[in-house]
Design a protein around this ligand. Structure first.
Ligand SMILES: C[S@@+](CC[C@H](N)C(=O)[O-])C[C@H]1O[C@@H](n2cnc3c(N)ncnc32)[C@H](O)[C@@H]1O
Length: 245
């Protein structure tokens, strides 16, 4: 049985964003668990494998690709996410119990603490199974975005909000720097007539990286065209943006 899981933040996609702590941990492990994405999103599984093989030059390890089901769509978002996490936890429970290896790495996109459920999933699983967790932080997409646009995310004594489209839609005005993850809906459109600036980036930290910025009302049409084109070409898009008053 697996007695220890390392949740390893892999950064935004390119091995150059791995921390030394992540590299040392990947080096010593012989077993890795990664979510198996299918179809166009199989790129995401390949990128996780690339991270592991970059660090482990010798093929002295195994990878278990886990075909987690997709989350059900529906109105009760929180309940559906909790249900989905429970399903994932049960799948992981089986793997942890059956494995002969004592330790395994679970490769998490960016940093495990941001818009990723696996810290909670593994902590809940600890109520049913006896194993340890160690979390290795990673560089998050928003850090690469601020570095590439060369902007400071916090103003003097200011507040910065991290949010998603669901919450952004409820905001009437944006009064402090706002970081938006997981937007499949171009939610910035609701602020098209404001004076906000947008700093946008897709496939950050990879060779496909695209950056775009400007006053939202001046560039919104061009941004929408760019986003549609990128998504069509690749079949998926990972984007993060800042809205700055
Ligand atoms: C499930 S969340 C995971 C976030 C991750 N834990 C992090 O710290 O970046 C996935 C979202 O993160 C953002 N993201 C992750 N990697 C990205 C990248 N390379 N470029 C742009 N956005 C990225 C996108 O908003 C994407 O929809």
């Amino acid at each position: 049985m697996i007695e220890k899981i390392y949740l390893i933040g892999m950064g935004p996609g390119d091995p150059k964003y791995l921390t030394l702590y992540a590299v040392e941990t990947i080096k010593k492990l012989k077993l890795f668990l990664i979510p198996a994405k299918t179809g166009k999103k199989s790129d995401l599984t390949q990128m996780r494998k690339k991270i592991i093989s970059f660090v482990k030059r010798k093929k002295d390890y195994r990878i278990i690709e886990i075909p987690f089901p997709e989350r059900k769509k529906g109105d009760k978002y929180k309940n559906l996410v909790e249900e989905w996490r429970e399903i994932k936890a049960n799948i992981l429970k089986n793997i942890l119990q059956k494995e002969t290896e004592k330790e395994a790495g679970f490769i998490v996109w960016g940093d495990p603490s941001l818009y990723d459920g696996y810290i909670e999933i593994f902590k809940n699983l600890q109520k049913k199974l006896n194993f340890e967790i160690e979390i290795i932080p990673g560089i998050s997409a928003f850090q690469v975005l601020s570095a590439k646009h060369k902007i400071s995310l916090t103003q003097i004594a200011g507040t910065t909000i991290f949010t998603t489209p669901r919450q952004l839609r409820k905001m009437k005005n944006i009064e402090c720097n706002t970081v938006v993850f997981l937007d499949n809906y171009k939610t910035y459109k609701i602020f098209a007539n404001s004076d906000l600036k947008i700093y946008w980036g897709a496939y950050l930290g990879t060779e496909k990286e695209v950056l775009f910025s400007g006053r939202l009302k001046d560039i919104i049409e061009e941004l929408i065209r760019l986003r549609d084109k990128l998504k069509k070409e690749k079949g998926w898009i990972m984007e993060t943006y800042f809205l700055i008053p």
